[in-house]
Design a protein around this ligand. Sequence first.
Ligand code: CA
Length: 227
Amino acid sequence: MPHILIVEDEAAIADTLVFALEADGNATTWLSLGGPALELLRQQPVDLVILDVGLPDTSGFELCKALRRFSEVPVLFLTARNAEIDRVVGLEIGADDYVVKPFSPREVAARVRAILKRTAPRDPAPASVAGPFQVDGERVRIHYHGQPLGLTRHEFRLLQALLAQPERVFSREQLLDALGVAADAGYERNIDSHIKSLRAKLRQVAPAAEPIQTHRGLGYSYAPDNA
Ligand code: CA
């Protein structure tokens, strides 16, 4: 059952959305402030966020920008004014769709259905688990301690390769193979910079852990004991 987070400060609007979305087979959570919504999204990934542009503590735009730093969850904006629509459409804030108030809750439910269909994997395969990591190859996503990592394609492939064989020391050349990149001297240094940015992203989730180990002169490995 898809889980939809509704961030809307007007209770009457939120109520009609909860009703329409649950009648349509979704589970919902309703929050009226942006701050707690962002906190929840950091802790627990949802399938879609419905986001009011005008919130008491922040704007939906700011919230979406903050959200995009760690999540690619689909976002549907609720906008009140034409000026807001221009910003939703014009700015690259990563919105998937928007509806203008007043709207019919059934229309919103239909939009939600369409977005979920568009973003769902074609052939859903269960995510594989390696310690605190969950690798979702279909969606090219990895969760670490329950949090989605915003990885580039190269970082995803590197981490996926390391996680697939815990404790194995991969040479830079072997990791280049995992990326599908031809091995040469320049690219081998690229691996180091990908590993560096990957480690920074892992550290944001678990500052004390060191799941990727460096083996001087040899390469890198995934150490489950340090994850
Ligand atoms: Ca509002």
